[in-house]
Design a protein around this ligand. Structure first.
Ligand SMILES: Cc1cc2nc3c(=O)[nH]c(=O)nc-3n(C[C@H](O)[C@H](O)[C@H](O)COP(=O)(O)OP(=O)(O)OC[C@H]3O[C@@H](n4cnc5c(N)ncnc54)[C@H](O)[C@@H]3O)c2cc1C
Length: 537
């Protein structure tokens, strides 16, 4: 940031903090986005207009009730799970693409930098916050129409405010024989915002951005761009073919601020005749490395078509009662404590869960191949729908003795994961955000959470190298490190780790920031950059 801009931002920040009803002068924001497309904004010349005037202008265009610039609203949108957050100048909630076009034009007139959010549930990655203080939040929650569900070609056309819960329910309500990929972020998270961050889920369409196309985008100058063949008049293939002639432009709009996506086509999966889960566990680091290698091979030869999640004990425990009981003790768990808790929970040091999809014959053939591939590594268990249900029913009727805790824990974990494998979003996985501290509100936004998610080649050697570098850093700062290794593509895996901390404890928040910094340098030095960064980074 250059000194002029720095000065401008400090001025805004100071004004926002101190002068609730005073007019705030928003000076020229000269920072460019990574693609330098912000230069397209016609009104980037200094205008020195006031936020109050801008708010009036937006109110005239989209209605007063959809423009927020009072302190309480700005505070709501400045809430973050991260130690650092930003406060917006104004929040607008457009209801249509033409309103978004007007807003973008208004933003340029008043020198405000827009930041679009679809649902703003970007927990642990910046939440609903913009990059800088004093920006214009364009909250697209009102644009929540499911425009089309096409059962024959298995796709849906959605607006950004559509949540994964909403689409899952609509598919059920319509009796459509289709399912969507879901993430662990719960029913209220968006689909579009997640895809634009290259988020991933659990099913064969877990690499979500690879199963989306035909973006309708409002560019910084207010014009509308449609990606792929959606841009060609009379084309019938925009929803089913991601490319056009020439460069593939949809990639320009992921993890960038190059435009506001107002509509997207996402591909859905046909209802599979059979979905079975599989699980394995080990306490041996060498076996864990072999597993990562073997899963990679099975992904590449097509036996496993979905995203497998290989989680350490801390990750699995993080959603369970035992971990929460420990959370009053601020020191990281010792190896002995971890082993005891893992035993009680019926899990190993490393635990894998994945899904097989297809017809009965195909799934049964894949099952045989996987059994063969794991024969010399570790036992592997398979579970189908009725087994998951029966296990859950039986475990509910077990005597309350702690003797049965492992069965109860395992049956709950398996049932929760099986839901995700079948495209049913659930709030249960959000419990992981509270493993160190549960805020009174019980809301994720009030927890302290930072994700650090490096990409590695899908190889045991790299997985071991990364884990042995990251875990001691987190422990050294006083934190346990939940880890999940997920081969999102056949050749690469994303290693999702996180720091959970108590936001109300200043010392702990500072340590969390330092820990994040150290972990970030470590992964970059190892050559494993994060697949996604916080919106405030
Ligand atoms: C316990 C827990 C589990 C989680 N599990 C997962 C998981 O399994 N997989 C996963 O990927 N994430 C996961 N997350 C992280 C996060 O919560 C999700 O990625 C969530 O989907 C992001 O919020 P959102 O969809 O509402 O996106 P938003 O917050 O609306 O958007 C995120 C960012 O995308 C950009 N953006 C959004 N909409 C637009 C638009 N229309 N046009 C242009 N740019 C836009 C902006 O930069 C915005 O800040 C998890 C979080 C928690 C706490």
């Amino acid at each position: 940031m250059n000194p002029t801009t720095n000065h401008a931002y400090s001025a805004i920040q100071g004004n926002l903090a101190n002068a609730s009803n005073e007019r705030i002068i928003v000076e020229r924001m000269t920072e460019t986005d990574p693609l330098n497309l912000a230069g397209m904004i016609a009104g980037l010349q200094p205008v020195g207009a006031t936020v109050a005037k801008a708010a009036e202008w937006f109110a005239a265009v989209i209605g007063k009730e959809h423009v927020l610039c009072d302190d309480a609203s700005r505070f709501e949108y400045s809430k973050s799970t991260l130690p650092r957050s930003t406060t917006p100048a104004i929040i607008v909630r457009p209801g249509s693409v033409s309103e978004v076009q007007q807003i973008v034009k208004g933003a340029s007139i008043f020198g405000l930098k827009p930041h679009a959010i679809s649902r703003g549930k970007n927990w642990g990655y910046g939440d609903a916050c913009a990059q800088r203080d004093g920006q214009l939040i364009v909250d697209l929650r009102r644009m929540n129409r499911i425009v089309e569900i096409n059962e024959e070609l298995a796709y849906a056309v959605i607006e950004p405010g559509v949540t994964q819960g909403q689409l899952a329910e609509e598919l059920l309500a319509q009796g459509a024989r289709l399912m969507l990929d879901v993430t662990g972020a719960g029913p209220d998270a968006s689909i579009v915002g997640n895809i634009l961050q290259r988020g991933f889920g659990h099913t064969p369409y877990g690499d979500r951005v690879a199963h989306s196309c035909n973006y309708q985008v409002v560019l910084p100058d207010g014009t509308i761009k449609q990606t792929g063949f959606g841009d060609v008049t009379g084309s019938n293939v925009g929803h089913v073919y991601p490319y056009g002639n020439g460069p593939c432009t949809q990639g320009l709009f992921a993890q960038s601020h190059a435009g506001i996506v107002t509509r997207m086509t996402i591909w859905l999966m046909p209802h599979y005749e059979r979905v079975i889960g599989f699980g394995f566990k080990t306490n041996e680091t060498e076996v864990f490395a072999l597993i990562v290698d073997r899963i990679g091979q099975l992904r590449r030869d097509g036996t496993i078509g979905s995203v497998v999640h290989i989680a350490n004990d801390i990750r699995v425990l993080s959603t369970q009662r035992t971990m929460k009981e420990h959370s009053d003790n601020r020191a990281p768990l010792t190896a002995v404590e971890r082993a005891a808790m893992a035993k009680e929970a019926g899990i190993g040091q490393w635990n894998g869960l994945g899904g097989l999809y297809g017809s009965r014959r195909i799934v049964s053939a894949k099952k045989k191949e996987i059994k063969k591939a794991f024969k010399d590594i570790c036992p592997i268990r398979f579970f189908c729908k009725w087994q998951v249900r029966t296990l859950k029913r039986v475990s509910c009727h077990l005597p309350s003795s702690t003797l049965f805790d492992p069965v109860r824990n395992i049956s709950t974990t398996i049932a929760d994961v099986y839901d995700l494998l079948c495209g049913t979003p659930s709030n249960k996985h959000l419990e992981g955000a509270f493993c160190r501290n549960r805020p009174k509100s019980g809301e994720v936004i009030d927890a302290g959470l930072i994700w650090i998610s490096p990409v590695i080649p899908c190889s045991g050697k790299d997985a071991k190298r990364l884990v042995s570098a990251m875990a001691p850093i987190a422990n050294g700062h006083g934190f346990d490190l939940p880890i999940t290794i997920s081969p999102v593509t056949p050749r690469s895996a994303v290693c999702v780790t996180n720091i959970c901390f108590n936001k109300l404890d200043n010392d702990e928040s500072k340590r969390a920031s330092l820990c994040y910094k150290d972990l970030s340098s470590a992964i970059n030095n190892l050559g494993y950059p994060p697949y996604r960064k916080a919106s405030t980074d």
